[in-house]
Design a protein around this ligand. Structure first.
Ligand code: DGY
Length: 325
């Protein structure tokens, strides 16, 4: 069968697919242009795509033979899954394999913001490290502080485990509260969102982007946070009203933010890049060699299963598709 791969995959993973199918693969880093995506799907049974490809009804119309859409990545808000379901097409993602890498990065942002790591690096490079003094360049202690986790799924829980090593008190707000035993293992207490925002020294976001979570953190929520608190976002940019965040940071209404994702990625809200109290990363959550390789293998396995007509291992709409039969 014919397959369109819109991302650069490791050669050994691409050959897994090419052994069985005819692959058209896009071998460059900038996102595949829309018109090439639309042209590319025209005669394909398989599509392996990623966050930078918008897979909407138009793409589905242009790819009438599609049998499987395998996303390289766990987040899938760029895919109209309901429209794919209506056309009988399974959609898959890559959950689990990026949990630790993303939790590590959330923790890197917690430490980098609180201890002013990036700002310090900038000072040294600018030749401004002239002497040591007791009151210079003070940050905030992370150990022993309160961590507020919004979304205690796989990644949120992995962040909680790391926080335990720092002796942090963990509070969380989640759609589905943990079973008591799991909550006990993580020493995490479920609290209402408002309580979390008022009490946490670090608020970290680990929720998918849905209509309900868009702008979950806006000016009202930022006002509830402590003036000494930090906001960490490694989930999806639009979960935070970025203009409201810039205003809050400019007014020093909260102490800082660590962001890996942006509302209009890769664009930044005006003023964000001028602030010293933010650490800004280019969507690196899953960016380790090990994790990106596992994601590629998982996406390829999902794709191959779909092309064989087998239930793909990580199918997002399998139950719905069965219900249609
Ligand atoms: C994910 O897997 O969702 C990453 O954010 C990249 O899309």
């Amino acid at each position: 069968m014919k397959v369109l791969v819109t991302v650069r995959l490791p050669a050994e993973v691409l050959s897994l697919i090419a052994r069985e199918h005819q692959v058209e693969s896009y071998d460059a880093d900038p996102p595949l242009e829309r018109h090439k995506l639309l042209q590319g799907v025209a005669d394909k049974e398989g599509l392996l795509c990623t966050i930078t490809d918008r897979i909407d009804s138009e793409v589905l119309e242009r790819g009438p033979a599609l049998k499987i859409i395998a996303n390289y990545g766990v987040g899938f808000e760029h895919i109209e899954v309901a429209a794919a379901t209506r056309k009988g097409i399974p959609v898959t993602n890559t959950p689990g394999v990026l949990t630790d890498a993303t939790a590590d990065l959330a923790f890197a942002l917690i430490l980098a913001t609180a201890r002013r790591v990036v700002e310090g690096d900038r000072r040294v490079r600018a030749g401004q490290f002239q002497y040591w003094a007791p009151l210079l360049f003070l940050g905030q202690e992370v150990s022993g502080k309160t961590l507020g986790i919004i979304g205690l799924g796989r990644i949120g829980q992995a962040v909680a485990r790391r926080a335990a090593g720092f002796g942090m008190k963990i509070i969380y707000h989640s759609r589905t509260p943990l079973a008591p035993a799991a909550g006990q293992e993580l020493q995490a207490a479920a609290v209402p969102l408002e309580t979390l925002l008022r009490e946490a020294d670090f608020v970290t976001l680990h929720i998918p982007l849905t209509p309900q979570t868009r702008h979950l953190i806006g000016s009202r929520e930022l006002e509830l946070m402590k003036p000494t608190a930090y906001l960490i976002n490694t989930s999806r940019g639009p979960v935070v009203d970025e203009a409201a965040l810039v205003a809050a940071l400019q007014r020093e209404q909260i102490r800082g933010a660590g962001l890996d994702v942006y509302e209009r990625e890769p664009q930044l809200a005006p003023g964000l890049a001028d602030l010293d109290n933010v650490v800004l990363l280019p969507h690196l959550g899953s960016a380790t060699v090990e994790t990106r390789t596992r994601m590629a293998v998982m996406a390829a396995e999902n794709l191959l299963a779909g092309l064989r007509g087998d239930p793909p291992p990580n199918c997002l709409n399998w139950t719905e598709l069965q219900g249609k039969k």
